[in-house]
Design a protein around this ligand. Structure first.
Ligand code: GRF
Length: 212
């Protein structure tokens, strides 16, 4: 059976959605860089092995990532899912797991990389926002895109309402992608392209707002 690990830093709602999804693989461990991450307690309650590696105990990013790789490798996972893991990973770490490392980002990349994505979207005045699941490469939030989910931005939105609408889609999109990757339906080619073996064709345009 395939296995995966989930890396978190906080609340853990995407982790919870992944664990709810009955994925075709076993969650070997949930790893957090923050001892007080709420997601750690949720995972423990679900009977999943949990590990905490406090980044504050390391002199450099490189040293932390090396220790993190040591923990990840104990589980020899097929897939590593970043789910609200709020650390920039070093190139050696990313390259070690290239093609096996996924992230969910709360915007329609390449728009709004980095943090405060919902505020960025509201400031820019976009009418469609959303989330992206992508392979992680050394380029921050710049790796090959696997799938995206879009939501409308409403005139009355603030960061709270918009982030809630996006988060709902994150909880659908990430498990669906993880499922497809674990089944071998999605992969990363040697040229850095996402390959999809069983594609669902989507022919309808999305309009927001929609003027009938
Ligand atoms: C999510 O919006 C995720 O896309 C972003 O950080 C947030 C984490 O939320 N990277 P949670 O910990 O999964 O609830």
């Amino acid at each position: 059976m395939k296995s995966y690990v989930i890396l978190i830093s906080g609340r853990g709602s995407n982790m919870d959605a992944l664990l709810d999804a009955n994925l075709p693989g076993q969650c070997a461990a949930v790893i957090s860089n923050k001892p007080d991450a709420a997601g750690i307690a949720i995972a423990a309650k679900r009977g999943i092995a949990t590990r905490v590696l406090d980044h504050r105990g390391f002199a450099s990013r490189e040293a932390f990532d090396e220790a993190l790789a040591g923990i990840v490798d104990e589980y020899a996972p097929h897939l590593i899912l970043l789910a609200g893991f709020m650390r920039i990973l070093t190139t050696p770490f990313v390259e070690r797991y290239l093609g096996r490392l996924l992230n969910i980002h709360p915007s329609l990349l390449p728009a709004f990389p980095g943090v405060h994505t919902h505020a960025q979207a509201l400031d820019a005045g976009v009418r469609i926002h959303g989330c992206t699941v992508h392979y992680v490469t050394p380029a921050l939030d710049g790796g090959p895109i696997i799938a995206q989910a879009a939501v409308p931005v409403l005139g009355c939105d603030d960061v709270t309402t918009l982030s809630a609408r996006v988060l709902k889609e994150e909880h659908r999109l990430y498990p669906a992608v993880a499922n497809a990757v674990l089944r071998g339906q999605v992969g990363l080619s040697d040229t850095g392209r996402v390959t999809v073996t069983e594609e669902v064709s989507l022919t309808e345009a999305l309009h927001a707002p929609h003027f009938a």
